[in-house]
Design a protein around this ligand. Structure first.
Ligand SMILES: Nc1nc2c(ncn2[C@@H]2O[C@H](COP(=O)(O)OP(=O)(O)OP(=O)(O)O)[C@@H](O)[C@H]2O)c(=O)[nH]1
Ligand SMILES: C[S@@+](CC[C@H](N)C(=O)[O-])C[C@H]1O[C@@H](n2cnc3c(N)ncnc32)[C@H](O)[C@@H]1O
Ligand code: SF4
Ligand code: SF4
Length: 334
């Protein structure tokens, strides 16, 4: 396996996150859409989306740069009817995961597993259909629960439930923690609400309080290398068996998180992006020949910088402001 490329901050790029589409059948009120803009709009496939051939060629090229994991996301990645084909053709050396709203998993989870999908993250923000509908603007609550079951049954485990913690959902944290502790095959990711791309800072919930509460509840705590995320193990029996794992994803104003960020993003239109929160570092891969992909990937890695602590720096008042060095960085997105 090739040595991964490292950026100027010593961060090795070992993973890629590919947005297969920016379309979605939900309209979650908090959605950052991986920095791609609004998900609303026509549901039909758009000619701007990378073809299966493009996605596979990209993965084959970055495999040669030591990338060993790929996450398929969106928009809603399961709106792509060629998803199974893409996964089937993904290089065998890569761990393959997907983040989905879960609605299309019933009836498709087994095919995805057979195609080579290793595991899945399913967004589920509440344990009540009305609150779920208020957040997602969708009535598909039962379908999502069924999707989670289908994923567990198909062996796409661990199935991580993604819950965005903000004012509308904070009341469900405890119940969701119990839910994963009691149900085998499930884990929980509590995602700090990120206002950077979506505004509404008034929806923020102090994630430090969730850490404190979990530290009290947990039998043990681990650190994950990626993003330096904390993992809390709850509800284990005396021999350390059973129970559930809860991971906190807390990127907001978190320099440690950014210092341990080793993933490059790919937009549905075939642009590379060094950071979720930036839209001024997009680079087109053009016609997506192997040479163009390789050159663009090398350039993106070379230019990526931690968002908090470098692209944004703390001023004397303790507030983050743009580092002048990066203002006016030319984008090749046009
Ligand atoms: N700012 C920032 N947020 C991230 C990053 N990675 C994940 N997140 C947040 O966490 C959400 C859920 O991430 P997922 O797509 O489920 O994947 P993941 O948790 O990063 O990856 P796995 O745990 O390996 O499955 C993202 O949509 C973001 O809101 C990151 O690198 N930077
Ligand atoms: C953009 S969605 C794409 C994949 C799929 N449609 C889904 O919802 O799982 C990926 C993840 O981003 C999370 N997310 C979206 N907007 C967010 C925000 N403003 N803050 C934190 N997480 C957010 C969602 O909850 C979801 O788990
Ligand atoms: S399901 Fe995912 S992509 Fe769709 S609106 Fe919700 S968070 Fe955004
Ligand atoms: S550098 Fe960007 S993508 Fe990476 S963790 Fe920080 S905000 Fe997220």
């Amino acid at each position: 396996m090739a040595e991964p490329l490292a950026d100027d901050f010593g961060r090795e790029v070992t993973g890629v996150r590919i947005s297969l589409t920016d379309r979605c059948n939900f309209d979650c009120i908090y959605c950052h859409n991986e920095g791609l803009g609004d998900t609303r709009g026509p549901m039909e496939p758009s000619p701007d989306e990378m073809s299966a051939d493009d996605v596979v060629r990209f993965l084959e090229v970055v495999e040669g740069y030591g990338v060993d994991s790929v996450k398929f996301t969106g928009g809603e990645p399961m709106l792509r009817q060629d998803l199974e084909e893409i996964i089937e053709r993904t290089p065998d050396s890569m761990e393959v995961s997907m983040t989905t709203n879960g609605t299309f998993l019933p009836g498709r989870a087994e095919d995805l597993k057979a195609a080579g999908l290793d595991r899945v993250n399913v967004s589920q923000d509440a344990l009540d259909p009305d609150d779920f509908a208020e957040v997602t603007k969708s009535g598909a609550y039962e379908q999502v629960l069924e999707g989670v079951r289908a994923a567990v049954d198909a062996g796409l485990d661990p199935v991580k439930l993604n819950m965005v913690v903000f004012t509308h959902t904070a009341g469900y944290v405890e119940e969701m923690v119990d839910h994963v502790a009691e149900n085998e095959g499930l884990q929980l990711q509590l995602i700090e609400y990120m206002p950077e791309l979506t505004g509404k800072p008034e929806w923020n919930v102090d994630i430090g309080r969730v850490h404190d509460w979990l530290a009290e509840e947990a039998d043990r705590v681990e650190h994950r290398e990626m993003h330096d995320r904390k993992r809390y193990f709850v509800g284990e029996d005396a021999s350390g068996e059973g129970g559930g794992m809860v991971e906190i994803v807390d990127p907001v104003e978190n320099e440690e998180f950014c210092a341990n960020c080793g993933r490059v993003r790919v937009t549905h239109e075939g642009y590379l992006k060094g950071c979720l929160n930036r839209n001024d570092d997009l680079r087109s891969m053009g016609e997506m020949s192997r040479e163009e992909i390789a050159e663009t990937f090398e350039a993106v890695v070379e230019n990526r910088v931690p968002y908090y602590g470098e692209y944004l720096v703390e001023n004397d008042e303790g507030e983050y402001e743009f580092n002048e060095k990066y203002l006016g960085t030319p984008s090749t997105a046009d």
